[in-house]
Design a protein around this ligand. Structure first.
Ligand SMILES: Nc1ncnc2c1ncn2[C@@H]1O[C@H](COP(=O)(O)OP(=O)(O)OP(=O)(O)O)[C@@H](O)[C@H]1O
Length: 294
């Protein structure tokens, strides 16, 4: 299973150009998709799910060209999608909902639907609640039911859009472990603004910025972009203007800063970077490159 984009451009009606020659190859396993608001994550996911056509360029999902009618039909068969806002039917039970979605996905045999929904409810930890109405489920349970519906038909590509927003820490950990356990031979593409979810569950990451791919590689590689640039700045030491403040903690009237700085910060202490620091360093380099280019 592989996704391959080459020379993809996307311009919306009205003239908004989101991608200007995007090349990206994704292989099996779990990958995080990062980018600021408006960077194009949803646009990319909608093109992969065949909802939206690229303006030009080529997108192959599992060898199928998403822009042709036969290709799009084939992609729909190997695709599972959990959108940000999944419409659930609160009056149905979890089992009834999955059965209904399985029917919509064309699984005609009742026995096969029962087998798949039973296995999936078990896999996402909802077996005991299968007969309860969805209106009684917590946010985390609804999200897990959302993953179960995306997994009907055993898709080779699973796309999940910001699945952990609003979940408590325990549910978030449970959810991302579930996603990681699903990768194996399929591609799991996780789009999120929560860097910790990517740091904890994705070996690889792609970052969109300015209509192109700013980074694609190992998550640890992105983290190390901030090695030698991440500082703890104690109270009384000036934060230089070129530094980005990642966090600030004020206690008894004085403030400690964590900053990512392209230049050394006299009086501050270098610390080990996190993925968040690496992401900040990447965007700092990116904006410097664009400033040089313009
Ligand atoms: N239907 C549309 N028509 C015109 N412009 C659009 C349309 N959909 C998205 N855009 C624009 O395209 C750009 C990319 O949007 P997109 O939703 O793909 O970004 P995103 O990375 O998913 O953002 P977010 O993190 O906020 O969800 C934005 O500038 C957005 O305003």
């Amino acid at each position: 299973m592989e996704i391959a984009l080459s020379g993809v451009t996307k311009t919306y009606r009205g003239g908004k150009r989101v991608f200007d020659g995007l090349d990206l190859e994704i292989g099996e396993g779990m990958i995080g998709l990062l980018g600021a608001n408006g960077a194009g994550k949803t646009t990319l996911m909608r093109m992969l799910t065949t909802v939206l056509k690229p303006t030009s360029g080529r997108i192959l999902v599992g060898g199928h060209d998403v822009t042709t009618r036969t290709g799009a039909r084939a992609v729909k068969h190997i695709l599972g999608y959990l959108p940000q806002e999944l419409a659930l039917y609160p009056e149905l039970t979890g089992a009834e909902f999955l059965d209904y979605i399985a029917l919509l996905k064309g699984i005609g045999s009742k026995a096969e639907r029962r087998r798949q929904t039973g296995d999936l409810l078990d896999q996402v930890g909802l077996a005991e609640l299968a007969g309860e109405r969805i209106s009684t489920y917590s946010g985390g349970m609804k999200r897990r039911l959302g993953i179960a519906q995306a997994l009907l038909g055993d898709p080779d590509l699973l796309i999940v859009d910001e699945p952990t927003a609003g979940l408590d820490p325990h549910e978030r950990m449970r959810f991302r472990s579930l996603l990681a356990s699903l990768s194996g031979l399929r591609i799991v593409l996780l789009s999120t603004h929560i860097l910790d979810d990517v740091a904890q569950s994705c070996p690889d990451v792609a970052v969109l910025a300015g209509g192109r791919l700013a980074y694609h590689g190992s998550t640890s590689g992105l983290t190390s972009a901030a090695a030698g640039h991440t500082y703890h700045v104690p109270p009384g030491v000036a934060v230089p203007p070129e530094a980005t403040v990642v966090n600030a903690v004020t206690q008894t009237g004085s403030t400690d800063y964590r900053v990512v700085s392209p230049a050394p910060v006299p009086g501050a202490r270098l610390v080990d970077p996190s993925l968040e620091d690496g992401y900040v360093a990447l965007l700092q380099n990116d904006s410097e490159d664009s400033a040089v280019a313009s």
